[in-house]
Design a protein around this ligand. Structure first.
Ligand code: GP9
Ligand code: MN
Length: 719
């Protein structure tokens, strides 16, 4: 009786619609749990995952409800169902190989991907994948054989519309829940994983289609002519290298250490605990800051916006800005042509290159963007032993991260250009509580602030351990090590609570103070140099690339870089923030208000000359940002040949099996191999790494004594 009712219901258009909706939801959930790894962390996220296919499924299938004619209705709804199922199926197969989702650009360039896969493409299919398509054919059969009858009564237009609206309402609810769990999901587009996890495959693909369309429009309108204005600006704005520092690090390895969320105020900072005892937050980094071998900067500002870490990467490695809206890496990183550091150094000076980061490769679209930057290797979370104990939502913790990077680092041909993206000191700074980290919490009313010092202290120890290894292995002498803070760790909204800890009062705290807090560390440590020191020049992240290249003895005049060498006599002390605010030694323009730096008060009653000076600053800031947007949005570097760089093929980079490739290269080079491993007579240097394991760290009593002492038998590296 009951069965009869159901089958009768299926014979109605609405019944058939419901059947398809339920089936698709089931297939989607099946894929979530068997095919994709979405990093679900809480029951709430599970809930969002379960509901996220509903809205788009209803919305898409509801299109057919508007169709009145019987046959056309069934053809339409089956077609929609087939396309959705195919998209899901394709994503499952694609994910198996690439641990990533299909973008519109992947579809447009599908030929390239499949030819790259060659005969292995077939092997990607799993018999179980049939689940995603088989029901379509069963339904087709059932309709054909009239097992499911075709309902001739059309759905009322009003009802169809109500269904579409219902889908929109559910989608809004879904989006709202997603935003509560991950704010900025759509505006910042952290990663494809996130979009699928929160909004589902259909929504992700739709969103990606809109984004791709928009960027392609702008890109299509750009022409080689647009480069003229850019070239003019770059020529005018270029600051010639300082002969005293030009080439002082020539031929050295480059090791970038990304100090996640570290602000300049942490330098030399001592946290006072409840008993009045002072605790130095970053003793090791402070020792580097004050070292004669370090060129340190105390007026260096981050210039990022929504792309946060990835914007900092863009600034430091391309000397261009991120976008004023959204994340540049996510929107254009995988499309544009760049003159990025790894590529310049490879072509000009034979450097190899690698990024090390213990988070999933798709975060900030890094896996694609890095191929456009010309990175030869990217060691993401898949190369590390990441487990619940040694990681958090942003990946592997810094200590095991640096330690586990060594087996890869030692295989790189020297000189190398490398970047270590540390991450433990990341909001919400909740990972290292008092007893665990051995570093006190601050005691403000804001827990985010309270934990910030302990996580920064943890980072400091991790960096120290890494330096100890660099020294023990001999890499140290041959390297220039650059440390930088990527952006603020404590946001402006929290600064008033922080104010007492930085010797100010919350009552008098203004945007002037917020602006000063945007300073981040920038230190260039060059072992062997003794005339370092603390440089007070005002500069920003956009200046880092020309500064570094000049130290390495590479002239930057022919490159399209928007920053200026910080050592140059011609360097202008004007720092643009991404929103058009700016900072100079004398003035702070922030939040639409101009402040006088000598008093920290609003600058009023400016003389005509002063006003003209300010107008000039604003104009130059706007021009710098405008030129950056022009280059990025129009993908103008594809038209530029002035630098003489050979165009690179991003598709030629593959971040799978990097270790195997490095080892083969080492073997092919034989005695000419310059990797650390080869220099150590084919012996690993891993044992030179001294670290307390995370286990020891969180539960010192239970952990065994695993500390290793450096082996004295290791041969010193060949010079
Ligand atoms: C994630 C990490 C954090 O991999 O780099 O990025 P952020 O949230 O700081 O931009
Ligand atoms: Mn960051």
């Amino acid at each position: 009786m009951k069965n009869l009712k159901i089958s009768k219901y299926l014979d109605t258009r609405l019944g058939f619609f419901s059947l398809l909706a339920v089936l698709f939801w089931l297939k989607n959930i099946f894929a979530y749990f068997t095919a994709f790894n979405l990093g679900i962390e809480s029951p709430f996220q599970y809930f969002i995952l379960l509901i996220n296919p509903i809205a788009t499924t209803l919305f898409l299938l509801a299109i057919a409800l508007y169709v009145r004619r019987t046959k056309t209705f069934y053809v339409t709804i089956m077609l929609i169902y087939f396309i959705m199922s195919l998209l899901l199926f394709a994503n499952v197969v694609y994910y198996r190989e690439f641990t990533d989702f299909i973008t519109i650009n992947t579809i447009l360039g599908a030929g390239k991907v499949s030819s790259g896969l060659g005969s292995s493409a077939l092997k990607l299919f799993d018999p179980l994948d049939a689940v995603y398509l088989i029901d379509f054919f069963v339904l087709l059969y059932a309709l054909g054989r009239r097992k499911i009858k075709q309902d001739e009564t059309a759905i009322k237009g009003r009802f169809a519309f109500a269904m579409s609206m219902l889908a929109v309402v559910i989608f809004s609810g879904n989006l709202f829940l997603a935003e509560t769990d991950r704010s900025g999901l759509l505006t910042r587009t952290f990663s494809r994983d996130y979009l699928v996890k929160y909004l589902g495959i259909n929504a992700f693909t739709g969103y990606d289609a809109i984004q791709t369309y928009n960027t392609n429009q702008v890109r299509a309108e750009a022409s080689p002519n647009d480069m003229k204005e850019v070239e003019e600006y770059v020529k005018e704005h270029h600051a010639a290298a300082n002969p005293e520092t030009f080439g002082i690090a020539k031929g050295k390895n480059v090791i970038y250490i990304h100090l996640e969320s570290v602000q300049q105020f942490l330098i030399d900072y001592k946290l006072v605990d409840e008993l009045g005892v002072e605790h130095e937050v970053m003793p090791f980094i402070n020792s580097l800051y004050h070292s004669d071998s370090t060129f340190s900067f105390d007026n260096f500002f981050h210039q990022v916006k929504a792309g946060k870490t990835s914007d900092a990467e863009t600034l430091l490695e391309t000397s261009l800005f991120g976008l004023n809206q959204g994340a540049f890496f996510a929107q254009l990183g995988g499309k544009n042509t760049f003159e990025a550091a790894p590529n310049i150094l490879a072509q000009e000076a034979g450097y190899s290159s690698a990024v090390f980061h213990g988070n999933s490769k798709t975060f900030w679209n890094r896996n694609i963007t890095y191929t456009h930057f010309g990175y030869e290797n990217f060691f993401d979370a898949s190369y590390y032993d990441v487990n619940e104990e040694n990681s958090f939502q942003y990946g592997l913790h810094d200590k095991p991260f640096f330690e586990q990077s060594i087996p890869y680092l030692e295989r790189l041909q020297q000189p190398f250009y490398t970047k270590f993206l540390a991450v433990s000191n990341h909001y919400p700074y909740a990972e290292f509580t008092d007893e665990e980290a051995g570093f006190p919490m601050a005691t403000t009313s804001d827990n985010t602030i309270n934990g910030y010092f302990a996580t920064a202290n943890y980072l400091d120890t991790a960096v120290e351990e890494f330096f100890n290894y660099l020294k023990a292995s001999g890499l140290y002498e041959n390297s220039v090590i650059v440390l930088y803070g990527d952006h603020y760790g404590i946001s402006n909204g929290r600064n008033q609570t922080l104010s007492e800890l930085v010797g100010k009062s919350s009552d008098t705290w203004t945007d002037y103070d917020n602006a000063q807090m945007q300073r981040v560390p920038y230190m260039i440590h060059i072992p062997g140099q003794t005339n370092g020191g603390i440089n007070h020049t005002y500069g920003g992240q956009v200046d880092a690339l020309p500064t570094l290249l000049h130290l390495l003895g590479i002239d930057t005049q022919k490159y399209i870089q928007l920053g200026q060498d910080l050592f140059s006599e011609e360097h202008e002390e004007l720092v643009a923030f991404r929103d058009g605010s700016f900072m100079t030694p004398d003035y702070t323009f922030y939040g639409g208000v101009l402040y006088d730096n000598t008093t920290g008060e609003i600058a009023e009653e400016l003389s005509e000359d002063e006003q003209a000076k300010i107008d000039g600053y604003q104009e130059r800031v706007n021009r710098q940002l405008g030129v950056s947007d022009q280059i990025n949005n129009g993908d103008l570097l594809r038209f530029y040949t002035g630098s003489g760089l050979e165009p690179i093929d991003p598709e030629s980079f593959n971040y799978k099996d990097s270790l195997t490739r490095l080892v083969s290269l080492e073997q092919a080079l034989g005695n000419d191999s310059t990797s650390l491993y080869s220099q150590h007579k084919q012996q690993s240097t891993v044992e030179l790494y001294q670290s307390k394991s995370y286990q020891e760290y969180v539960a010192p009593n239970e952990a065994q004594d695993t500390e290793v002492t450096p082996s004295s038998e290791v041969v010193a590296p060949a010079k």
